[in-house]
Design a protein around this ligand. Structure first.
Ligand SMILES: [Zn+2]
Length: 223
């Protein structure tokens, strides 16, 4: 028997992913087939760009109950956006394309609880052996300076992490505005920006859209 014909044992992680695809095909897709087919008949016209963390616990589509074609999404460690001209890369290109070509009307920068990137900012030694991550996190250093200037003495680690995550979202919103495509769309009144903090354990999102930097929870009726 040739080597190529020896059946390899299935990679357990790939098998798990493929089982998910089978469940999607048998349960999810049939129920929403029309939405998927409609999304493909028309050019995509997402109303929002969501910039969030790569953290596996964040599901932007689920969180906002969005359908295929509604959200343009880019994710990276710490939901960071390099200021214009600092680092030309994926995030900057996504931002420019979303605003200039897709004409999204809203940009969300979404940070979250227990963020590993925020933890690394508080403990730089933890990323000493990861030079790329360490370099990337420079895009958030100003948020650390702001958080350090305002947090209460004796604050707990979760409190510090939340404050830092919020300051980081505010900083990245500033960075978003430095991109010419965004600055132009803002000036024409065609674009708005909001910052979100997602508390994963509570399933709660707080939103900041005002200059005051205050994050207000999205409440249910009667809350
Ligand atoms: Zn994160």
């Amino acid at each position: 028997m040739a080597l190529a014909e020896v059946e390899k044992p299935m990679d357990p992680v790939l098998a798990r992913l493929e089982n998910g695809i089978r469940r999607f095909r048998s349960e999810v897709y049939p129920a929403r087939a029309e939405a998927y087919q409609r999304a493909m008949r028309e050019a995509q016209a997402p109303h929002a760009l969501v910039i969030t963390c790569a953290d596996s616990r964040i599901h932007p589509d689920v969180l906002t109950q969005s359908s295929p074609g509604e959200l343009f999404v880019t994710r990276n460690i710490g939901n960071l956006v390099p200021a214009y001209g600092d680092m030309v890369g994926g995030v900057s290109a996504v931002l420019e394309f979303a605003v200039s070509a897709l004409k999204v009307q809203h940009v969300v920068v979404c940070g979250h609880s227990d963020c590993g990137a925020m933890k690394a900012l508080l403990d730089p030694a933890s990323v000493e052996t990861m030079p790329t991550v360490k370099h990337w996190l420079r895009n958030a250093h100003a948020a650390l300076s702001v958080a350090e200037a305002v947090w209460e003495p004796g604050a707990s680690e979760p409190e510090m992490l939340r404050l830092l995550a919020e300051k980081n979202v505010l900083l990245q919103m500033q960075h978003v505005r430095t991109h010419p495509s965004v600055a132009g769309a803002l000036a024409r009144g065609e674009l708005t920006i909001s910052g979100w903090y997602y508390d994963i354990a509570l399933g709660q999102v707080s939103v900041c859209q005002a200059e005051d930097g205050v994050f207000e929870p999205v409440l249910l009726p009667g809350e």
